[in-house]
Design a protein around this ligand. Structure first.
Ligand SMILES: [Zn+2]
Length: 407
């Protein structure tokens, strides 16, 4: 599976899309199913034994010479965000398959090799991210999953049932630690750092974890013409001050890799002639330094309460998600570095600001991530683009790392 067929497979997958602006292939949709069937066929042609686990993770396996040896696993996901790009996730599945295919031509290694296409990595459809790897590692919140619905009101259980999967049996997807020796995920960077620094490989040391806050600002709705300026409690004005505070506080800690974003704003009643009486805000704070995240949130809480006091708009803060950053395996990181040196590929140690299946796998088995540059750092965007030479270099590195682990 060399350069032409790898690029052709990436292009083929991009056609399994709803609509033609970018790639829209939501988890467990018909397009997703078609993409999985396509990969299943490629896995079969490559001589892998293919199975689908009880959550719909697609697993292709090449046996090693030692039947008792744990598998060396690589892979990523096939689902996308609405109007996403064609490389996010796909690169790690096609690239993983290409690497395993290369190794298979050289004769069997000691350990089995597996390529996994994880189900439902993106949170776009059911508001839960990296579901397939959570199912595989036994870290799924099944109570929350039982309530999950998409925008059409279809429950996760119904969407799974359409694919012949029983949500009640998800626990059977859990794999034991002794089955897997290591997990490696090849992925596009989804940021501009590699391109800016002229590096071709990013070796991930830690994956950032999101803390999410819901902030509700209560003001007093009133007539936009008849209420004097000095007599207002405008919830949106306070919200605007909070947005600036998030930016300022996160900027103070940017050297620790912490970032803060207000990505959601719901204004009530959201009418041109009414002073906003209530605003709901969604804040996403991320980083790889847990202490820095905690300090950021504390500073933000202090600042928000002083804004609430000065503007006379009471504020409620609720922490809706709080995950701990994940450090990847040191030994695997060293192997990735040694391979980059040997292949003479410029590399950089970095953190991943985006979440990935590797962070769930890392909780159970030694895991690592190899990133390659994407043009202008763009991802989750139809303009997402990756240079063919960079793809091949990523696959070269992945192949060598897998070889060292599996021999
Ligand atoms: Zn991805």
């Amino acid at each position: 599976m060399e350069i032409k067929s790898i690029l052709a497979a990436i292009d083929d997958l991009a056609h399994f899309s709803q609509g033609d602006r970018g790639v829209t292939r939501l988890a467990f949709s018909d397009e997703d199913q078609a993409a999985r069937q396509y990969i299943e066929r490629l896995m079969g042609e490559a001589g892998l034994t293919v199975r689908t686990d009880p959550f719909g993770n697609l697993i292709g396996r090449l046996e090693g010479t030692d039947p008792k040896a744990p598998a060396v696993v690589t892979g990523s996901h096939l689902d996308t965000v609405p109007e996403g790009g064609k490389y996010d996730g796909v690169l790690g599945v096609i690239g993983g398959l290409a690497a395993v295919k290369r190794l298979s031509h050289e004769g069997p290694l000691t350990h089995p090799l597996e390529v996994v296409a994880f189900a439902a990595e993106e949170s776009s459809r059911f508001s839960h991210a990296t579901m397939g790897s959570k199912a595989m590692t036994g870290t799924a919140n099944l109570i929350a999953w039982a309530k999950a619905r998409d925008e059409q009101g279809i429950s996760l259980a119904e969407a799974l049932a359409r694919r012949g999967i029983d949500l009640g049996r998800v626990k059977e997807a859990v794999r034991s630690r002794d089955e897997i020796k290591a997990f490696l995920e090849l992925h596009i960077e989804q940021g501009p750092v590699l391109e800016r620094t002229g590096n071709k490989i990013g070796i991930v040391e830690a994956i950032a974890a999101p803390t999410r806050l819901k902030i509700i600002v209560e003001g007093t709705a009133g007539h936009s013409g008849a209420t004097p300026m000095e007599a207002r409690q405008d919830a949106l004005v306070s919200a605007a001050m909070i947005i600036l505070a998030v930016q300022e506080i996160a900027l103070e800690r940017h050297h620790q890799g912490t970032v803060g974003t207000v990505g959601v704003l719901r204004v009530h009643p959201n009418a041109m002639n009414v002073i906003p009486g209530r605003v709901e805000m969604g804040v996403d704070i991320r980083g790889v330094n847990h202490e820095s995240i905690i300090e950021t949130i504390q500073d933000l809480k202090d600042e928000v309460s002083s804004i609430a006091d000065s503007q006379e708009t009471p504020v409620a803060i609720e922490v809706t998600a709080s995950e701990t950053p994940v450090a990847l395996d040191e030994e695997l990181i060293e192997i990735c570095e040694a391979v980059c040196r040997e292949l003479d590929v410029p590399y950089k140690f970095m953190n991943s600001g985006a979440g990935h299946d590797a962070m769930n796998m890392a909780a159970v088995v030694p895991s690592a991530m190899i990133l390659i540059p994407c043009r202008d750092g763009l991802s989750h965007n139809p303009e997402e683009y990756v240079d063919a030479a960079d793809i091949m270099q990523g696959i070269d590195v992945l192949t060598e790392v897998l070889r060292r682990l599996a021999q």
